[in-house]
Write a protein of this length. Structure first.
Length: 298
């Protein structure tokens, strides 16, 4: 089901600079995905999708498989949202209609992204049928095409500039090239980097400058895959958020930063937005949902 508000402001975000147009951000947790729009110094919820009300999904998805949504990534230029849930579901949602156009059962799914050729990559975390990176065809629900090991898989990001798939696990970031055919794709590891600090990779997101933000057990880091030297210089502490513990998501776009830091066990009661360097932070409260991640629409 989709829900659209009349743009009534539900939170004031005291931004230090005015926005020239509405910026959109998705927030997710429990079985919900919510869209927030930012106009000047006001954040408003403008759209909502709830798995329990999605009548085009089988009952198992509505009641169980999407009970704990852990990522909600805008794709297709913001026309769709790719959703994963640790309770075992993956869905692709059309933003305009709320219709589900792809679904898959994937135990402990934690992140996903669209790849060229109509493929979907999904990172699965710790589970007897997880700890892997899977590839799907977006036109064939419930049909994984291949998988490779990915211990405690938590991130999957397609890098269109480098033509590589970046995957985050407990200890590593790995870059893969995608080959083969549409029906029988292949994944070949091109490079790997060991995470800094206490490791335990949790979130991976791309910045506009081609670098990445990655969260670990003990902080937030800037990752530069262009540095091929295997020493830790590929990672530098992101001063605005390091050290912050239990950061579940970081997203940067359009000169703005947004993040979620766990407050109650694994979830939060709101998120923070700020300038790209972390200055002028403003908290946006979220009610009625155990918030887990936020993602700007680029």
């Amino acid at each position: 089901m989709i829900w659209i508000s009349s743009m009534t402001a539900i939170a004031a975000a005291a931004l230090a600079h005015p926005a020239t147009a509405a910026d959109r951000l998705y927030a997710c947790g429990d079985d919900q995905v919510r869209e927030y729009r930012f106009e000047g110094n006001t954040a408003s919820e403008s759209w909502r999708w709830t798995a329990a009300s999605a009548r085009d999904l089988p009952a198992a998805y509505r009641t169980t498989l999407l009970a704990h949504i852990d990522d909600c990534k805008p794709v297709d230029g913001g026309r769709a949202i790719l959703v994963t849930a640790s309770t075992g579901g993956v869905v692709l949602i059309d933003r305009a209609t709320g219709r589900v156009t792809f679904r898959a059962t994937a135990p402990m799914a934690h992140s996903a992204d669209l790849l060229p050729g109509g493929r979907i990559a999904v990172a699965l975390s710790i589970h007897r049928a997880g700890d892997r990176l899977e590839l799907y065809d977006r036109t064939r629900s419930e049909t994984p095409l291949l998988h490779v090991p990915l211990p405690s898989g938590h991130g999957a990001v397609w890098d269109a500039d480098r033509r590589q798939l970046f995957a985050l696990s407990h200890d590593l970031i790995q870059a893969y090239t995608v080959g083969g055919t549409k029906a029988a794709p292949t994944l070949s590891e091109a490079a790997r980097w060991t995470l800094p600090g206490r490791r335990d990779g949790h979130d991976l997101s791309r910045r506009a400058d081609g670098r990445y933000l990655v969260t670990t057990d003990d902080g937030v880091w800037t990752f530069d895959p262009g540095l091929t030297d295997p020493v830790a210089t590929s990672f530098t502490a992101f001063a605005a958020l390091n050290p912050k513990l239990r950061v579940k998501a970081v997203s940067a776009a359009g000169g703005r930063l947004a993040w979620v830091q766990a407050e109650e066990s694994w979830w939060a009661n709101g998120f923070t937005i700020a300038r790209a360097d972390g200055s002028a932070p403003a908290r946006v409260p979220v009610t009625g949902m155990h918030l887990y991640k936020v993602r700007w629409i680029r």
